[in-house]
Design a protein around this ligand. Structure first.
Ligand SMILES: Nc1ncnc2c1ncn2[C@@H]1O[C@H](COP(=O)(O)OP(=O)(O)OP(=O)(O)O)[C@@H](O)[C@H]1O
Ligand SMILES: [Zn+2]
Length: 630
């Protein structure tokens, strides 16, 4: 292959021409994600003449990746995906210059300046959150973005460019996790998935970050303090006492399964033991064997004890990870025990793992098809950029690209045997607050929602901002960032706990929300919805909750998306070939300048208003008094 007299690109040049191949060799592309699609893609790119590539992935190689991520071998387990993908790809084409980043694309080191070096960005990601972030940076840097994704046998490739096509968020690609009514999860499940969602909340309540949404029952504080018998006390509380209380609800009609729940007393466990149809089925793959009630109890107690120890040794709350043995054992046993409580058939650890981890099986061939299509689209974009040099941002470079769907089976009428289906990309949606309008309306209950929840749930989770700052009436009421001073942090912490209405955010308030990490400045219009619960907030374009008084909903899981955000980045200096950016000074400087400008502006506004007509000033003084009182 690498004989010195053989031009490895000879056949490519016949197809694309010398000039384009030279252009592709010289110019840099960014690949985001080195997983199932990313590995295939990197291999294709290096074999197609793309010689300047940067690749980023936050993860390390897991044994479960080896069935489809063919750049990795067993000896690589535990190593950086980006680094090993680079090393293996270089063996296919040593001419390439590949830079590997072991990091999260959302880190500020990979901001606008980083993106600007590339002609094209290609996403090989597995979550909406990271895609939304990359979308915003590609819009800001005005770089075409290709996005590939698969779910089992289904796949899709889309090509985006600012001003010419819809953006990734034009059609509302939100973090739309399936949600369930709170009462179904907390007190009236009818399916195993309800028990799994509950078990994950139990995990969070006992070992994770405590919040209103994981408050599945009262009285955990005492149990958590217990030095002895912690596992048994948890068992007695959630599977016996709480259930006994629930079962005493008079009206039998209310139970979704048709029967009141049964506490897991010794007598009930005995009955379950006698009637257990799974008792004999002990052969087969270990993870697919359904545990007996006794096994569930034993495994529950053991995992509770080991997680308690781990939590005590850790300064941070734990977060559920489907690949963590203790966490999965806890969720599997707790889900099954709850299922026994509510007369729901139990499930295997394998099935519960896919429910708890929102897993859709990955198919290597679908990934390969999508990675192949991505490279075809990449050539079209590079060709256009090459032909229009100097007017990069004013020309539509994705004009020849099509949204390409890879289907599981023929579903298109009149198109026999069509499994690869090209469709035109839509134009930008004028109402899209990300690429077009810069204005978004949010519907929240200002009386019940705290500023903290507004920032976390609405701005960060729902609107996918990373480091939002919030200006209300020219007053900077919220900001985040590592460079804040202690007194600023204290002020924010205090204010965060206030309800929106107490911070001056009421019906019709127009906020300026900025996020320098995504180069975003939006007008956020607040509509106060007095009849909705805190969790029922929604954003323009979403379906509002059916009735204002309806029971509230909780997410089906704490979510793969969130877990990725929580991963601790492993940034090093790259002497092993894995380059990581550490210089964040520019970003800091920009933030500082902006902050000083805001302070100046705020001072001006305050000075211009007389003492008695300035509500902001009064509010501030109140804040200061409170601070002193502390
Ligand atoms: N914010 C991010 N920054 C960098 N890489 C990311 C980010 N989010 C996801 N990724 C990477 O994108 C890749 C997606 O690949 P893939 O869908 O095959 O997932 P996987 O984690 O390898 O597999 P599985 O989820 O099935 O275990 C993963 O390697 C993941 O680490
Ligand atoms: Zn858009």
């Amino acid at each position: 292959m690498s004989h010195p007299h053989v031009d490895r690109y000879a056949s490519l040049k016949l197809v694309y021409g010398n000039d384009l191949i030279e252009f592709v060799r010289e110019n840099k592309v960014l690949v985001v994600g080195a997983g199932g699609i990313g590995c295939e893609l990197l291999k294709n790119l290096v074999l197609s003449g793309f010689e300047n590539i940067e690749i980023i992935d936050l993860d390390t190689i897991d044994i479960s990746n080896l069935n489809r991520q063919f750049l990795f071998r067993q000896r690589h387990v535990g190593e950086s995906k980006a680094k090993i993908a680079k090393e293996t790809a270089l063996t296919f084409n040593p001419k390439c210059n590949i830079v590997a980043h072991h990091g999260n694309i959302k880190q500020s080191a990979y901001g606008l300046d980083f993106f600007k070096q590339f002609k094209l960005v290609i996403n090989a990601l597995d979550n909406v959150d990271a895609r939304r972030h990359v979308n915003r940076l590609c819009l800001a840097a005005n770089i075409p973005m290709l996005d590939g994704g698969t779910a089992g046998y289904l796949g899709q490739v889309k090509s985006y460019q600012k001003g010419f096509t819809e953006c990734y968020e034009c059609k509302g690609n939100r973090n739309t996790e399936k949600t369930y009514a709170v009462c179904t999860i907390r007190s009236n499940p009818s399916k195993m998935i309800h028990c799994v969602v509950w078990a994950k909340l139990l995990f969070d309540r006992l070992f994770g970050k405590i919040s209103d949404s994981n408050e599945i029952s009262t009285g955990f504080e005492e149990i958590l303090k217990a030095t002895e018998d912690f596992p048994q006390r948890v068992f007695d509380k959630v599977f016996v006492h709480d259930i006994r209380e629930l079962s005493q609800m008079k009206n039998k009609e209310v139970w979704n399964t048709g029967k009141p729940p049964e506490p897991l007393t010794d007598e009930y466990l005995k009955i379950l033991r006698q009637n257990n149809p799974n008792a004999e089925k002990r052969a087969g793959v270990k993870d697919q064997i359904i545990w007996t009630p006794d096994e569930c109890v034993q495994i529950l107690l053991k995992s509770l004890s080991s997680l308690k120890q781990r939590r005590e040794q850790s300064s941070e709350p734990l977060s559920f990870d489907k690949d963590d043995e203790d966490a999965l054992n806890l969720v599997t046993s707790a889900s099954n025990l709850r299922a026994f409580n509510f007369h729901i058939p139990p499930s295997s650890r394998f099935d519960i793992k896919s429910m708890a981890g929102n897993i859709v099986p990955a198919i290597a061939t679908t990934n390969a098809i999508i990675a192949g299509l991505l490279v075809c689209e990449a050539f079209k974009v590079m060709k256009s950029i090459h032909m229009n040099q100097g007017k990069e941002s004013s020309v539509n470079h994705v004009t020849e690209c099509l949204q390409t769907d890879c289907l599981a089976k023929t579903v298109v009428k009149g198109r026999k045997n069509t499994i690869i289906l090209p469709v035109s990309m839509g134009p930008p949606n004028k109402k899209c607050f990300v690429c077009s309008s810069n204005s978004v309306t949010v519907f929240v209950n200002c009386d019940k929602m705290s500023l903290e929840r507004f920032v976390q749930d609405v701005l960060q989770n729902k609107l996918a901002l990373k480091e939002p700052s919030v200006l209300s009436n020219d007053d900077l009421i919220y900001e985040c960032g590592e460079e804040l001073e202690q007194d600023q942090i204290e002020l924010i912490q205090k204010r965060q706990k206030e309800m929106l209405k107490d911070t001056g955010i009421v019906d019709g308030s127009e906020l300026i929300v900025e996020d320098f990490s995504q180069d975003i400045s939006w007008k956020v219009i607040v509509k106060h919805m007095p009849d909705i619960e805190v969790e029922e907030f929604y954003v323009e374009g979403d379906e509002p909750p059916k009735a204002a008084t309806q029971e509230n909903h909780i997410p089906s899981s704490s979510g793969v998306v969130n877990n990725l955000d929580n991963v601790v980045m492993n940034i090093d200096d790259g002497d092993d070939g894995c380059v990581c950016v550490t210089d964040q000074q520019e970003e800091r400087k920009r933030l500082d300048e902006r902050r000083n400008e805001l302070k100046r502006k705020r001072a001006e506004v305050e000075n211009n208003l007389s003492e008695d007509t300035n509500p902001l000033k009064e509010k501030k003084q109140e804040d200061e008094v409170i601070l002193l009182d502390d």
